[in-house]
Design a protein around this ligand. Structure first.
Ligand code: HEM
Length: 468
């Protein structure tokens, strides 16, 4: 029988040997791919202090600024030890293009599936590989239909929002209202019936009052709680399973109960088409034509709700933030909108086509999405030993090596503010820059690019995809 001391020494020797063998393997691989080392970011004590600093910045709501400071300190691409992971961070458009498009197969979502599973299950936003291809194939046709661009559906929701604005000129939080607006409109679009969180309880359908959330506001709160925990699980990386409190589990089951109700209605109406109440296009019912699997339907509804709700509310909030601080932009935008659609006395129907003709509106939205991209930071994990085109060596122009399993973060927020790419006024809000130069490549990426480009963007802007 071996003594504990011998066992410990044997284990230690094994770990050292494994480390040496692996390091040599990666050294050879990196050489064969002509890679050079990128600058090193804060890595002391296994990155625990760096993790602590980030967590504090999150608590103080200044984490984006904190991350941007890291580029000022370390350069556009740098590597660091972050808890138990090696992390490469980049704001080089060439690298982002490689991660998302030209080397799409070399990267995956990593542990996002496990982190988000309790709320989102198996859906387009959480899956990789064949599961993702299947979900995308199922959902994509729904985003190319004309009905999806039907704007008349929004009318009632906008009116509810306007009704909630105080008329005595007192200040109010418009962002809160935009989050209610996008929940009401997204559920209307997806389920065929709005949860109605902007309506007084007497005017809702009563579906939610009978469920555990008790009210539309209760549904909004449960969805927000669940999402907050998803964000915390994402930040905890491989230790995500530690973040699983009762509050999170309860919020998930409350959200599921509500969505399951609508899934059952859709499946019931498929089984009994004669009982269908109207012929309106309903996303969930269209999807139910392709599958009878209630979990698949629930998961994909929630994946789209998550992908489309906060992003749109964020864009609306940021747009009003900038318009309120730039009266000249507001005046020009208002004039162009009134020219196209009239004012409250002479209103002309608002259509997607006519909206797209208002170029200045596009410039304003482009500029808001540049300065405040709703998905400011994202990451992928390498599926094999690979490399990225730039960031290594003394001039940072050599390829950098990426090990299988390594996390690569890309920071769209910081990339959109690079003065070498956008000019000395990169941090200023100036929609006119899009008039001067509307053509941008991978340095402009609010909707992602490559095969996983945002499905919502495709139907809403019909712009050319940033494909492979
Ligand atoms: C301003 C509004 C929006 C922005 C800035 C935005 C941005 C993004 C980004 C950055 C991604 C990539 C996420 C990733 O791969 O990690 C994404 C994915 C996605 N978005 Fe959007 N989005 C917006 C609105 C919408 C809307 C309204 C919908 C649907 C109604 C939608 C549906 C999706 C879906 C389904 C995906 C997953 C695509 C896939 O993985 O194949 N988005 N979006």
């Amino acid at each position: 029988m071996l003594s504990p001391t011998v066992l410990i020494v044997a284990l230690f020797a094994f770990l050292v040997l494994r480390y040496v063998v692996q390091s040599y393997h990666h050294y050879v691989q990196a050489k064969s791919l002509h890679c050079e080392a990128p600058p090193a970011g804060a890595s002391a004590f296994f990155g625990i202090p760096a993790f602590y600093r980030l967590t504090r910045a999150v608590k103080e709501k200044r984490w984006i600024d904190y991350l941007c400071d890291q580029f000022a300190i370390n350069g556009n691409t740098f590597q660091q030890q972050f808890l138990n992971r090696r992390l490469l961070t980049t704001i080089e458009p060439e690298n982002v293009k490689a991660i998302l498009a030209t080397q799409f197969q070399d990267f995956c979502l990593g542990t996002r599936h496990e982190q988000f599973y309790p709320l989102l299950g198996d859906g387009i936003f959480t899956l990789d590989g064949a599961g993702w291809s299947h979900a995308r194939g199922l959902l994509r046709p729904q985003f190319t239909r004309d009905q999806v661009a039907d704007l008349s559906m929004l009318d009632a929701h906008i009116n509810h929002l306007i009704a909630l604005i105080p008329k005595d000129r007192t200040s109010f939080d418009i962002q809160r209202l935009f989050f209610l607006l996008t929940l009401d409109s997204a559920t209307h679009f997806l389920f065929g019936e709005s949860v109605g969180c902007m309506l007084p309880p007497s005017e809702t359908t009563g579906v939610l009052e009978k469920s555990a959330v008790r009210s539309a506001q209760g549904f909004a709160d449960a969805f927000t709680t669940a999402q907050d925990y998803l964000a915390a699980r994402s930040r905890a990386q491989g230790l995500y399973w530690l973040v699983n409190p009762k509050k999170f589990r309860e919020a998930n089951s409350q959200v599921h109960e509500v969505v399951d109700h609508y899934v059952n209605v859709a499946l019931e109406s498929k089984r009994n088409p004669d009982k269908k109440q109207d012929d309106r296009y309903i996303f969930l019912q269209a999807l139910a034509a392709d599958t009878d699997d209630p979990k698949m339907l629930r998961d994909n509804m929630l994946n789209i709700l998550l992908a489309g709700r906060d992003t749109t509310a964020s864009l609306l909030s940021s747009t009003f933030f900038y318009l309120s601080r730039h009266p000249a932009v507001f005046t020009r935008l208002r004039r162009e909108i009134v020219e196209a659609f009239g004012d409250s006395k002479t209103s002309i129907e608002i259509t997607q086509t006519k909206l797209k003709d208002i170029q200045y509106l596009r410039y304003v939205l482009n500029e808001v999405l540049r300065l405040q991209p709703p998905v400011p930071v994202n990451f992928r994990v390498a599926t094999k030993d690979t490399s990225l085109p730039v960031g290594g060596g003394p001039d940072n122009r050599s390829p950098v090596y990426v090990r299988k399993g390594q996390m690569v973060a890309y920071n769209v927020f910081a990339m959109h503010r690079r003065t070498d790419l956008w000019g000395p006024d990169a941090r200023s809000f100036r929609p006119e820059r899009w008039e001067e130069n509307a053509k941008h490549g991978w340095e402009y990426l609010p909707f992602n690019g490559g095969p996983r480009i945002c499905l919502g963007r495709e139907f809403s802007t019909k712009e050319r995809e940033k494909g492979v």
